[in-house]
Design a protein around this ligand. Sequence first.
Ligand code: NAD
Length: 257
Amino acid sequence: MSAYGRARFTGRTVVVTGAGSGIGRETAVSFATEGAEVVVADIDEAAAAATVEQITATGGRAAAVRTDVSDPASVEALMDRTVELFGKLDVLHNNAFWAPLYRPVVDTTVDEWDRTIGVTLTGVFLGCKFGIPRMVAGGGGVIVNTASVAALTVNPKYAAYMAAKGGVVALTKSIAYDYGPQHIRCNAVAPGLVQGTGATRPVFENPERVEWLMRKIALGRPGQPSDIAKAVLFLTSDDADYITGDTMVVDGGRLIG
Ligand SMILES: NC(=O)c1ccc[n+]([C@@H]2O[C@H](COP(=O)([O-])OP(=O)(O)OC[C@H]3O[C@@H](n4cnc5c(N)ncnc54)[C@H](O)[C@@H]3O)[C@@H](O)[C@H]2O)c1
């Protein structure tokens, strides 16, 4: 049960990709704390195992499955393994990403572009492609895709990342519309700047950039992985059962500035 005394996911099976670090790890732990059986999927096997250890140490149920979200065979195997382990799939959080930092279009290599789209956008497509049939077989399910405020405004010199995340927002609406009648809800969460993740470590090593960024955030602090996890759990819980196709911004008021 969570610190708020809730256990909204008891009896539900949840897959979280990119759950070896940052936002994905925090979300996986939060789902387990609220009663879910969690499949921790990450390309980094040791990191995934560490998340599982964190969950099982406090009595939760979880399993690590090494997954490359850009590889169709790997994602299909993840979904098969989930059903093998826990009998079904109820909730999917497509969260893994890869992108080069600080690259405007001209400086982005074709390989960097392909890998960014492959992991960050195709990874979401593949999770849904192989996850939705398993959810439908169980009577329905819920998906949350991690987008970014970079899909909704400009992050300077993040060309491939912005394109991939824009795609995630559009794909989220497409899935919500096409599979709503089969009892699938699909939303996205768009974090602002989140501290304590692999992605933003280089940002927080640059005090001038942090100061500039803090001036843009109404609440005057960076987000924490738990701020995003709380939104993901809300969107995938029955509390949000009439919400689909939405992109929920969780940015401390950055976009309004
Ligand atoms: N941290 C932020 O400020 C921020 C802001 C907006 C959006 N986001 C989004 O949040 C999500 C999580 O980011 P984070 O900040 O926690 O980053 P992170 O670097 O801490 O975690 C990303 C995880 O994805 C895994 N991964 C990378 N390639 C993979 C692949 N091919 N297959 C499976 N797993 C793979 C990594 O091993 C890592 O564990 C991402 O989608 C990111 O774009 C983060």
